[in-house]
Write a protein that binds this ligand. Sequence first.
Ligand SMILES: Cc1ncc(COP(=O)(O)O)c(C=O)c1O
Length: 388
Amino acid sequence: MSAQSRHPIPLLTPQLPERALLQPYLDRIDASRHYSNFGPLNQALEERLTAFFAPHSAAGVQVVTTSSATTGLELALASLELPPGSRVLVPALTFVATLTAVLRAGLVPVVCDIDPESWLLTPEIAEAAITSTGALAALPVAAFGQPVDTLAWSQFQQRHGVKVVVDAAGAFGSQWVAASDIAVVFSMHATKTLAAGEGGLVVGGNAAQLTSIRQMSNFGINLDPAAQLPVGMLTRVGSNAKLSEYHAAVAHASLDGWQAQAARRREIYADYRQTLQSRCGDKLQWQAGETLAAPTLFCVRLPDAERRERLEQQAGSLGVSTRRWYQPLLHQHGAAVQPLVVLATPNAEKVAAGLIGLPFSCFINHTQIKYIADIVYSAVTNISNTHY
Ligand SMILES: Cc1ncc(COP(=O)(O)O)c(C=O)c1O
């Protein structure tokens, strides 16, 4: 890359629908004068998303929107109605919201190790962990967008009576909900592929659970005239976690362009990975699993912490942003984060030591990808005179 064309390469550049594409949905808000509280755009969005997930779910699923994936996770955990202080398995390598959702639901996270290849908490790891901790629930995560096996988790749930909620915040389009008895939570944050700015969805096949989550998203107020309690009375303690009509409008426009954006993301991701692989070969390790339908991050593992630090320094000095995604690990955030049960996490620590997020967006081009690959090559081989 020439000196003139060197410019900062940001870590992520969100792509939300432009104003003109929002207009028809905003017009519908003006006409309905309905701005929140399960309005018509929100209802239509839930119907569109139910149709999106339906072909991948033998038993049928429903969708409930929330104000974020974090609130969706909190309410999905609350819907399990576990005794306060019950233990919930979480993987060590995930975004902090996985942990805070458990704590804010009045439950105790049990930090578990991950599979060394998929970098995920698996039912096999969870099985050993419930024996040693007596956990009553598990919150596996589709880390880096890599989907979890909901059928295997459903079998785990049935076999052990341990409830499962899946955090698939960054996996919209890659994570399906094949099992009918597990709630799966997605994010519509600006950095995700189905972006509303802020927002979340809970997808599941248990109608009573989804109704409870919807009710809790509206403080816990009963709105059902057929229920035993009068309308307006609190059935349980909820929160305000509703999706506004404005966020639903953005989500609709985002969904209109989702297939095209997903295809672009796949194409860029494949080029990026191929370019890095041919430049750096077996010095890089990748998360094992399926090719993602709509990647949002680009993450790779370097051989050790020393080379990662070298890469961070070199990239930083050249205006190329990097991020140690999901670090510190969940149990390394300090004394303010408690109560916490921590199991041995040797795989998570090993994977995290070399893990690095590189710039990724729909706007990154092949020249930039080659430039980044040169920087990574220089860092992993310690050749300092690489010509950028
Ligand atoms: C694994 C995971 N869980 C939860 C969240 C939180 O999602 P939200 O920002 O919609 O609350 C994220 C956000 O990136 C995430 O990556």
